[in-house]
Design a protein around this ligand. Structure first.
Ligand SMILES: [Zn+2]
Ligand SMILES: [Zn+2]
Length: 176
């Protein structure tokens, strides 16, 4: 039975489990950079998770304020390049089983490598989940300026001490 809350047409969908934190075992609770509470209904934030061999190897949630502060250090050119790549190739879909850029299936026999990105507000989803396979993601990161790679690397380094060694900060795609 749907609850009255679910019947409200203005209500946003809840965050799918795909965007849950593997560490928090539920929706992300705090901004990785400033520690802001993300469970508040007013909290607007982005989630990024990376799978390799069917395992989550990297995840972060960052509040809108910290994301824009970090992005300030990215070069405008890099930012435009990523945005252009994503806009031109993005094929929106509610199907979470394939890459939204090249349509490659991710639930085949090979262990899938991909990233998911989500734009959330509290425990609700503000925009459809975006799924990008590793090869499309690598293409989107080609030609990034040294300045942007360094800014992103510094951000990851200083906020996420648990990044596995096999995953250098500059191999984690810039998503915002
Ligand atoms: Zn923050
Ligand atoms: Zn792809």
């Amino acid at each position: 039975m749907p609850t009255p809350e679910d019947q409200d047409p203005h209500e946003l969908p809840r965050i799918p489990e795909l965007l849950y934190s593997a560490c928090d075992e539920g929706p992300f609770k705090a901004c990785v950079a400033c520690g802001a509470d993300l469970t508040s209904p007013e909290a607007i934030y982005q989630v990024q998770k990376t799978w390799k061999n069917d395992e989550v190897v990297f995840e972060l949630a960052v509040c809108a304020r910290c994301a824009s502060l970090a992005a300030r250090d990215f070069s405008a050119e890099s930012f435009e390049r990523i945005q252009r790549f994503l806009m031109e190739r993005y094929q929106p879909s509610l199907d979470l089983g394939h890459c939204h850029f090249c349509r490659k299936r991710l639930d085949g026999e090979e262990p899938a490598e991909y990233e998911v990105g989500g734009f959330c507000r509290g425990v609700r989803l503000l925009r459809p989940v975006v799924i990008i396979c590793t090869s499309c993601s690598e293409k989107s990161q080609e030609d990034l300026s040294e300045q942007t790679r360094k800014a992103w690397g510094d951000f990851v380094d200083s906020n996420i001490p648990g990044v596995p060694r096999s995953l250098e900060p500059d191999t984690i795609p810039v998503m915002f």
